[in-house]
Design a protein. Sequence first.
Length: 210
Amino acid sequence: MGEFFDRDYFQHGIETGKSNFQNYRWMPELTMSLAMTLIDKLNIKKDYTILDFGCALGFLVKAFRLLHREAWGADISEYAIKNADPLIKQYCYPLSRIQGLPTQFDVCIAKDVFEHIIFTDLQALLTTFFFYHTITLFVVVPLGENGRYIAPANELDKSHIICEDIKWWRDLFEQSGWDIKEETYKIEGIKDAYYEKYPKSHGFFILRRP
């Protein structure tokens, strides 16, 4: 599956029909704002360890590091890790080689990631290395109804596998041993453009280990 997330996926997604990405690049005004929103919302202190699970080219890791947070990234895409931002490349790892990562994280962020994973693999993942040793897990997923994503843009990514409503995701997390501390359709500062037109197009979850 990792080979699907290649240069075309990130840089030419629309024209190749692979994704809704086009010229994926560092955009500090957006990513720094996202990092600050997450720091405030999740109360991420300076001595916390953070994992961006599904970090792509590492831009959120870069934003956290610029804000003096101890952040790392992991991704299934060899292309993304190989082309990670030079400033933080040493902190980003392919999922096939994770030996350099810390063994526990105060916060793990999985934004726009879980919908790409086969259900049985996701069930297993939520109880293994990354998440078993994570204190707080923050998840953002696109939501669907009747087999279609609520926001049409989410239909454009050919690697999207799971298209379910917020209750389905809630049940999955609870069955995987997580306590749901917050579940909402909106967190101001994240995916605001979607919310204006499709207010129930994404689910936001703050999860913690019992």
